[in-house]
Structures are given as C-alpha cells and as structure tokens.
Design a protein around this ligand. Structure first.
Ligand SMILES: [Zn+2]
Ligand SMILES: [Zn+2]
Length: 387
C-alpha cells in the first residue's frame, strides 16, 4: 500500500490524501479547499482533476470546506462519497451559503453506515464515528495488501461523542499499521486545554445563563451536534429554542429520516423559525441560535435582557464591530473542534499504531515531540510512502 499526501503535511486544511494498493487501486481521502491564508489554491492532480479518471473514489470525512470544498473540481468520472446524511446536510449548507460545490454535493454517493464496509478494487474502507462538532464526522479505516491505515479527518476527545468515538474504535487497538492523524493543535502547548472549554463546560455555562435570562448563541449552521445537544437540555427544562430559517433547513435535513440515526438526536426539539413577534414574551430559559453575524447584532438589540454567547473561533470576531464586542452581555466561549495536544497523545496511546503521519498541521515536528516513543513519519506533500 502506498500513501501520498497531496496536501496537508505542513498546513491546516485543504486536505487530500491518496492511497494506492500494490495492484493499482486508488482512492483519495478528503478533497478540501485551502484557507485563504494559505492562498486558496486549487488541486491539480492527474486522474483526479485532470486527464482520465485514475482513482476509484474520493471519500469525504466531514462537511467542512477545508475537507470537502473542492469536490466540484473532481473529474465527472470519479465518484465522491460521504456519509448519507452528512452529505445531504453538506448539500443544503452549500446551497444556503451559496458555495460553488453545491451541485457536486448533490451528486455524492452514500458511504455505508458506520462500521459497514465498502470496496474500491482491492482496498476495503470502513467508516467509524468521529467527533468534530459537525454531524457524522467520520474516520476511515483503509485496508489493502495486508496493511491497515486509519485516517482521522478532524477530531477531538472533549466533545459530546467522546465515548462513542473511543468505543467504536476499540477493536482496532494495536492493529493499525499507520495512523494518519490531524494535528491542528500540536504546536499549542499543554496549557491549551486549560483555557479552551469542552462541550460539556459550554453547556453548563449556557444553562447557568439561561437560569437568569434568555441567551442568543452564535454557532455554525453545521454544528448540529451542539445545536441538538443544547436544544435537548433546554427542552428538558421547559425552555424554548429558536433558530433562523437557514439553520432550520439544515437541521431538518439531519432529522427528517424516519429512524433518527443516533439516540443523541432524539433529544432535538424541532425549533421554530424566528421573527420579531416571537420575542414579545421571550424570557429566561429561552435559547436562540444564529449563525449570522447580522442576525446576532440585530437580535442583541431586540432582546436587551439576553446574554450573548459566541462559540466560534475567536478569529471570526473581526466580523463584528468593537462596540458590540465590548457589550458586557457578550461572552466568547470557543470549544475547539480539534484534539488538544494531550488528546493527540491520548489517542495514539489508545490506538497503539505502528507509525503515525501527522496532517492538517503547521507543526508536524511538534507532533513528533508530543508522540515521543511512536514512529512519526516526516513526510512532505507529494512524497510517496510505502507501507
Ligand atoms: Zn479541517
Ligand atoms: Zn473540520
């Protein structure tokens, strides 16, 4: 089996990893758009975006643009796969936000359910549940030529699905030849986990605010895990949950199946679309989600009693003017979607892989330090590695 990281050994996002069996079957794991800070470059790759189709499938781990955002540039003869519901959510999200890959997202094929197998020539792939704050983020086990690799996509161990993630992977312990892991936070130091809250800490803080006032909470449309989790808690306490039409449309895609795919979603209260008349009797215990900076600002003016909780990456605060950010009701509580440094170590010690390849990181050498005792591969983009 041969591994080639098309992009991602030395940068965040824009991931693409090619896996080729000895007989020549090939697949690609993720096909993401670069963040603007890296230049926003396209991927030009023979057999994937140029020439004749040369890979049997491109598999997308989750619905973030830095993993899925270039699927519209893939040759028409190369099928793209994603979890069935995550794919539908991605298509809806792309439509709502006007992203260029919306049409390609609508044509994606469905991966089998978690732990089901799918074959691409002599490469067998099994999706496993991850936890990243987007609905049904997945890790992929790829097996060929008697070798096994696990590709994590993006993940963390401080989210709502930590125990499901670890129990799902338990049978792989000590059997994986190569762990291709995201290492976004590898360079951030051990103290990182002391000032970045977990999802449970965020829930606790929001419930404390809700005990005294309504809360307007800013989070991404596709952070459906957080929306679903908090909605269930608010519903249990008799509160109401509101979201704007865009969030509602995306959430509906997640829950419209007859049989909800995870018990987690059975707590989701289907929210109402908001308009000004709904807020006449807004009070403590009521929670309003928005993913729009404009709505966040307008709602904060309409409901002066509300606490304002911003849960996205603090770098996005630049979208808001400073007067708004200095409002005493305004709180930043960013929960990272990525494994803290100590969690990268914990995960490697849990899985016990024979070798580790860090991707989605600007600090692969820091990851090697964190994982002292493991064989960490110093690979460059475009370089072949034979497993
Ligand atoms: Zn990512
Ligand atoms: Zn991500």
């Amino acid at each position: 089996m041969k591994i080639n990281v098309i992009r991602g050994t030395h940068q965040f996002g824009g991931n693409a990893v090619k896996v080729t069996s000895d007989s020549g079957s090939a697949i690609v794991l993720d096909f993401g758009a670069e963040f603007a800070v890296n230049g926003g470059r396209a991927i030009v790759a023979e057999g994937i975006t140029a020439g004749k189709p040369g890979v049997l499938g491109v598999l997308i781990s989750h619905s973030h643009k830095d993993h899925a955002g270039l699927i519209h540039t893939i040759l028409p003869g190369v099928p793209v796969y994603m979890d069935r519901i995550a794919g539908r959510i991605y298509r809806t999200y792309s439509e709502v936000t006007g992203r260029p890959e919306a049409a390609a997202a609508g044509k994606m094929k469905a991966l089998p359910p978690l732990c089901g197998k799918i074959e691409f020539g002599d490469i067998t792939v099994t999706p496993f549940l991850s936890d990243h704050g987007t609905y049904r983020s997945e890790m992929f086990l790829a097996e060929a030529d008697g070798k096994r690799l696990l590709y994590t996509g993006d993940f963390r161990l401080h989210g709502l699905l930590r125990s499901e993630l670890l129990s799902g992977l338990g049978s792989l312990r000590g059997t994986v030849d190569l762990l291709i892991t995201e290492a976004t936070c590898a360079g951030r130091g051990d103290e990182y986990s002391t000032y970045v809250p977990s999802e449970r800490t965020l829930e606790k803080s929001v419930l404390e605010f809700l005990g005294k006032s309504p809360v307007i909470l800013f989070c991404s449309i596709i952070n459906i895990d957080r929306i679903a989790g908090l909605s269930g808690l608010v519903k249990d306490k008799g509160g109401r949950v509101f979201v704007s039409w865009a969030e509602k449309r995306v959430i509906d895609e997640a829950v419209k199946d007859d049989a909800p795919p995870a018990a987690f979603y059975q707590n989701l209260s289907i929210p109402e679309t908001y308009d000004s008349s709904l807020f006449a009797d807004i009070g403590k215990g009521d929670l309003i989600f928005t993913s729009s900076f404009e709505d966040f600002r307008i709602l904060s003016g309409m409901i002066p009693s509300a606490e304002l909780v911003f849960t996205e990456w603090p770098g996005n605060l630049a979208h808001m003017n400073s007067a708004f950010r200095e409002d005493p009701r305004f709180h930043v509580m960013h929960v990272s979607g990525h494994a803290h440094p100590a969690e990268l170590r914990e995960f490697a010690e849990f899985l016990l892989p024979r070798a580790v390849l860090p991707v989605h990181t600007s600090s692969p050498e820091k990851c090697a330090e964190l994982l002292e005792g493991f064989r960490v591969l110093p690979l460059q983009d475009g370089e072949d590695f034979s497993l």
